[in-house]
Design a protein around this ligand. Structure first.
Ligand SMILES: [Zn+2]
Ligand SMILES: [Zn+2]
Length: 309
């Protein structure tokens, strides 16, 4: 059995509201300055400035310029660079002058714990910790005499989690059959006898092993559905569109897919649909089956699928 491997990327875009003190710290970075904040309760100075004390949880209101130089307290060398920070040679904890906490940042060149370091500022700054490209060994010159602008209230982030999915033997065979033969298969639970599509090594209902290789139809019944009206990041389908769970004939589990050739207002539970196969197939079911469309057969009454939504 050859295993299907597929690169996948999960992307989470979001807007981060910073809070009043962090907003000022970010504005300070844009001005080429490092800002700290003092805890009202224990007096600890946190760098970069933050709204709450790391040590005791007290609020911080007073902010002050810190650094820009500091002392390295610990270094971790990067042996295998990642895509996210390909140029970083080492990460360090840096106790910026005036701070009671350490800052994590990249360091360049030979740097060891105890060394004095200075920030290397980017020419183009946008109000983020990455406005400091890295720290390097040496004494800092005084901070730029630039007044920070208005606090940065919101910044937009995209968290990206790329990974490679390796399908197991069952799913690999399932994908191959779709690509090469336009056929859909499931497996049967050895205990409750349910046919599970896509195939899984264990039954999702009773956890018993599964067996066999059961062909199911490429047509079935809409059990539940949702009309998508809300735009979101990365959306490729024109709005509105319908996502439905389709209970294929011969299967006891439904699969999620897009409905096509039907107005959202005409979709209903019990609607009979069939797969629309792509001419060119790659082994990725979401693409190889373009959509499910109505067959024109009479609807199935809910009592015949209500226990298999
Ligand atoms: Zn405190
Ligand atoms: Zn079972």
């Amino acid at each position: 059995v050859s295993f299907v491997r597929s690169p996948i990327e999960i992307v989470y875009p979001y807007k981060h509201s910073t809070g009043p003190i962090v907003g000022r710290a970010l504005a300070a970075f844009a001005a080429g300055r490092i800002l700290g904040s003092r805890c009202d309760v224990c007096g600890l100075v946190g760098v970069p400035a933050r709204d709450w004390c790391d040590h005791c949880g007290g609020a911080t209101r007073e902010t002050m310029a810190c650094g820009p130089g500091g002392v390295v307290t610990a270094v971790a060398r990067v042996h295998e660079p990642t895509d996210i920070a390909p140029d970083v040679e080492a990460w360090a904890l840096i106790r910026v002058d005036g701070a009671g906490t350490d800052l994590v940042h990249a360091v360049r060149g030979v740097v060891e714990a105890g060394d004095r370091v200075r920030p290397v500022w980017r020419v183009e700054r946008r109000g983020a910790i990455t406005d400091i490209e890295c720290f390097e060994r040496g004494e800092a010159s005084p901070a730029a005499d630039v007044e920070p602008g208005a606090p940065v209230e919101v910044f937009e982030r995209v968290i990206s989690l790329p990974y490679t999915l390796t399908a197991g033997s069952l799913l690999s065979r399932f994908f191959d059959d779709i690509r090469d033969h336009r056929r859909l298969h499931g497996v049967r639970c050895t205990s409750c006898r349910m046919v599970i599509v896509p195939p899984l090594p264990a039954c999702a209902t009773c956890w018993a092993d599964t067996e066999g290789w059961v062909e199911v139809a490429d047509r079935g019944t809409v059990t539940t559905f949702v009309v998508v009206n809300v735009p979101f990041h990365g959306q490729e389908m024109p709005l509105p569109y319908v996502l439905a769970r389709v209970l294929l004939d011969g299967s006891d589990t439904s699969m999620l897919h897009v409905l096509g050739d039907v107005a959202p207002g005409d979709v209903r539970m019990g609607l009979r649909v069939e797969a629309v196969w792509a001419d060119e197939r790659t082994g990725y079911p979401a693409d190889d089956i373009r959509s499910f469309r109505p067959t024109g057969e009479p609807d199935i009454p809910p009592e015949r699928f209500i226990d298999r939504l």
